[in-house]
Design a protein around this ligand. Structure first.
Ligand code: HEC
Length: 234
């Protein structure tokens, strides 16, 4: 075969390939309802930490009103189910449905609302998204320390926190009856945990490592929760 014909054939093939596959590259940039979900999903980071807010964003002042609205939305009203249904109360993500979302960015939330199949049913206004974002940013300041009370016993039986860190204790009462927690060490006086409810308590761990105690005053003989404060290596 002569050379010219070969070159012409190659050009013809290249053009054909470009038309077929070049078109495929263009598709995702055109808004196609059936394509956009898979595209956004592919862009979702698998590493939660990658989207956690940076220190500068955490240092901005908080809007208390937005936080209060965001908390109600997150816990029960967003999309009539709330985000907690899948991400747990206070966004700890320990039920294995939705992941840990404390301190995520607005961008991360918007991507999830668009790209996560389980979340597609939400139709939130900008104001609602802003409130939820502010609530999750606020939660992001605190390390979550969670325990469950069941048949009058703590599970896990003790909690470990980092010295000097801001802590959000999360007490989930799985019993039908109310329980009461008290601790002179933590300045906690008669915190009521209604039956089948989850209650939080905000606290700052002392700088000195050691073990503190929270007492359940009505769980049974001397049922208490040791809080280990360990040195925080930065
Ligand atoms: C029906 C269950 C469900 C509900 C309700 C739900 N989510 Fe999700 N969410 C998920 C699942 C499942 C994922 C993780 C999907 C994956 O990683 O493949 C997720 C992921 C996310 C992510 C991404 C986290 C990351 O690590 O990138 C954010 C942010 C998020 N959800 C926020 C919310 C907010 C805010 C609400 C309430 C408006 C909400 N979710 C309600 C199931 C739910």
């Amino acid at each position: 075969m002569n050379q010219r014909l070969q070159v012409a054939k190659r050009i013809a093939w290249l053009t054909l390939w470009f038309v077929i596959f070049g078109g495929a590259f263009l598709i995702p940039s055109i808004e196609m309802p059936w394509a956009s979900h898979s595209v956004h999903r592919a862009m979702m980071p698998h590493n939660t930490n990658a989207m956690i807010l940076q220190d500068e964003e955490m240092d901005l002042p908080f809007d208390e009103e937005l936080i209060a609205d965001g908390r109600i939305l997150f816990e029960r009203t967003a999309g009539q189910v709330g985000c907690a249904a899948c991400h747990n109360a206070f966004g700890t993500g320990d039920s294995g449905v939705g992941p840990y979302v404390r301190g995520v960015s607005q961008e991360n939330i918007l991507n999830a609302l668009e790209g996560i199949e389980e979340m597609e049913f939400f139709d939130l206004s900008n104001e609602e998204v802003s409130a939820i974002t502010e609530y999750l940013r606020w939660l992001g300041q605190y390390d979550a320390a969670k325990t469950l009370i069941k048949r009058g016993a703590f599970s896990p039986e003790e909690l470990t926190v980092k010295a000097g860190h801001k802590i959000q204790f999360i007490f989930e009462n799985a019993d039908r009856s109310e329980h009461t927690l008290s601790s002179a060490d933590l300045d906690l006086e008669g915190l009521a945990l209604p039956g089948r409810k989850t209650v939080d308590y905000l606290w700052t761990a002392p700088e000195a490592p050691g073990t503190l105690t929270i007492l359940c005053t009505d769980c049974g003989e001397g049922v208490s929760l040791p809080i280990n404060v360990e040195a925080a290596e930065e």
